[in-house]
Write a protein of this length. Structure first.
Length: 531
């Protein structure tokens, strides 16, 4: 592992030194030959960065998979490895899930795993091949992956798009202030049905599905050009692959040896290794953001012969467009707000907190939010920022939600049904209110709950497990001082916990809580640590 880490450190130092003089914006160049040479120079650096970044992602994925076995994550106080990744490593839960899932799949295919470790296959190609590879025939799959582009691999395996690859749309509508309580009640009602952790998109989706189940939808043969814009690029991608001979003239990166995680079983040693790899990854992350921003803003991918920035990310970098675009977006924010970059470099906040602050906080309030973020978990920070954003939207009289194209199709179909039912052209705001109102009328009585003590405690704790960093919904009300020890049913002696933390955390002796709920709690973790 030491040799692999040293190689990665040396490569990052060399590439970062070459990238440092590059400006944040490229000057406009009219000469196509000069444009292409400039693009090739940036591309050579970025491809090297992406190889090192992917090598570390694979090592971190293997560590996360090792930590997911048994109760290892719980020994570190977390009910699942994705909460651990977000809070301890600063890696978004969805990214951690993708890393861990690939590592788990590659563990069953040693030849395929070795090809990824040696840099013969990009992580992107491995993600496509691993779900359909057959044991004992791995060499053929590796050769096939090396010979094909990402686009052609997707076509040949007919691989469906995963949720984290879907395109997203922002829905926003003006809503009259007197109608806002209907939307809030609808969101609350959907949360009771789906669970406290259901996203706003999931709640609006179930509004649309319920409305469509009760109302006819008018026929609509019109195609939404926006939704099908990606498909129209496919013929262009195929043509460019042939025209550029799969970009064989572009510089190739030397293979990178990923640091292997080994067969570690002790959760605290796994934790130390993961944090070491993550610190290395952060250096690669900063260089990746800088160079990828240059490629995107200068449209260097056009000079290199790619159909889009996403096409370039998949074929040259071996990474999904969403992954790279998120890092580009954060880099833009870090350049715009130097205070945020300084906080990251001083280790006051991690990358996940920086991403949340860049997305939700404005420049005026940022210093205060950074100070708060230092003392908060990522999940608590996200909820606080989302609550602030919801309050601002409510004050402006707008209802906004991000949704995938698939969910947007459902909502649009429900809007058409709402307009047909009303026999007039409703605005988008009126449509969304109609969906919420129908959902409350349908499900409200069935979901009405008696105000039992446990439900009152969960309502006080907003339905979430109160263990710091836990993203799960509350399932139980736990007596801080056990009733067998004289503890009462007073609300100050009760706290909301998810089942995992209640049964495997508290009652298995991995953690303890004392004090008074909700604001005077004192937590103690790692009680079963042996080394």
């Amino acid at each position: 592992m030491g040799e692999a880490c040293a190689d990665l450190d040396a490569r990052l130092e060399a590439v970062a030194a070459a990238a440092a003089p590059l400006p944040s914006r490229m000057p406009r160049l009219r000469d196509p030959a000069i444009c292409r040479r400039s693009a090739q120079a940036i591309d050579a650096l970025l491809v090297n960065i992406s190889r090192g970044h992917s090598a570390l992602d694979l090592a971190i994925g293997e560590g996360l998979h090792a930590l997911s076995l048994g109760d290892r994550a719980m020994d570190l106080k977390y009910s699942n490895v994705y909460d651990y990744a977000r809070e301890e490593l600063g890696i978004a839960a969805s990214t951690a899930a993708k890393m861990e899932r690939l590592a788990e799949r590659l563990a069953d295919f040693p030849v395929l795993r070795e090809a990824v470790l040696r840099g013969e296959l990009t992580v992107r190609k491995a993600e496509i091949i691993a779900p359909i590879a057959v044991r004992g025939d791995e060499v053929r799959w590796v050769l096939w992956g090396k010979a094909e582009t990402v686009r052609s691999l997707k076509v040949k395996v007919a691989r469906p798009r995963e949720s984290d690859e879907e395109d997203w749309r922002r829905f926003s509508a003006e809503v009259a202030p007197e109608k806002r309580p209907i939307l809030d009640e609808g969101l609350d009602c959907a949360g009771k049905l789906l669970g406290t952790t259901a996203t706003k998109m999931q709640r609006v989706q179930i509004w649309g599905e319920e409305f469509l189940g009760s109302h006819p939808e008018p026929g609509d043969d019109q195609m939404d050009d926006l939704l099908f814009a990606k498909d129209e690029l496919e013929p262009l991608k195929e043509w460019l692959e042939r025209q550029n001979r799969e970009w064989g003239d572009l510089a190739s990166a030397a293979p990178v040896q990923a640091p292997e995680f080994g067969h570690e079983t002790d959760p605290w040693r796994i934790d130390r290794k993961l944090k070491r790899f993550t610190r290395m990854r952060e250096g690669w992350d900063e260089a990746l953001g800088h160079l990828a921003l240059l490629v995107k803003s200068s449209r260097a991918w056009e000079a290199l012969g790619f159909a889009s920035f996403g096409h370039y990310c998949e074929e040259r970098l071996g990474m999904s467009e969403r992954t790279v675009s998120q890092r580009v977006s954060l880099e833009r924010s870090l350049q715009r707000i130097p205070l945020l970059r300084q906080a990251v470099r001083e280790n006051r906040i991690n990358y996940e907190k920086a991403r949340l602050l860049a997305r939700h906080a404005d420049a005026a309030s940022l210093p205060g939010w950074i100070e708060k973020a230092e003392k908060m978990t990522c999940v608590a920070l996200r909820r606080a920022l989302q609550g602030k954003e919801e309050a601002q939207m409510c004050a402006r009289g707008t209802f906004t939600v991000w949704m995938t194209v698939r969910v947007a199709d459902i909502v649009k179909a429900a809007f058409r049904a709402a307009r047909l039912a009303a026999k007039r052209c409703l605005s988008a705001g009126e449509c969304v209110v109609a969906l919420a109102e129908h959902f409350v009328q349908t499900w409200g009585p069935a979901l009405a709950e008696q105000p039992t003590l446990q439900r009152r405690i969960r309502a006080r704790d907003k339905g979430f497990c109160q263990v710091p960093g836990c993203s799960r919904a509350a399932a139980h009300a736990h007596h801080i001082k056990h009733r067998s020890q004289g503890g009462s049913d007073d609300p100050s002696n009760l706290i909301s916990l998810c089942a995992a933390h209640h049964l495997r955390g508290i009652h298995d002796g991995r953690m303890s809580v004392t004090g008074a709920a909700p604001d005077g709690l004192v937590w103690e973790f790692g009680l079963r640590r042996s080394s």
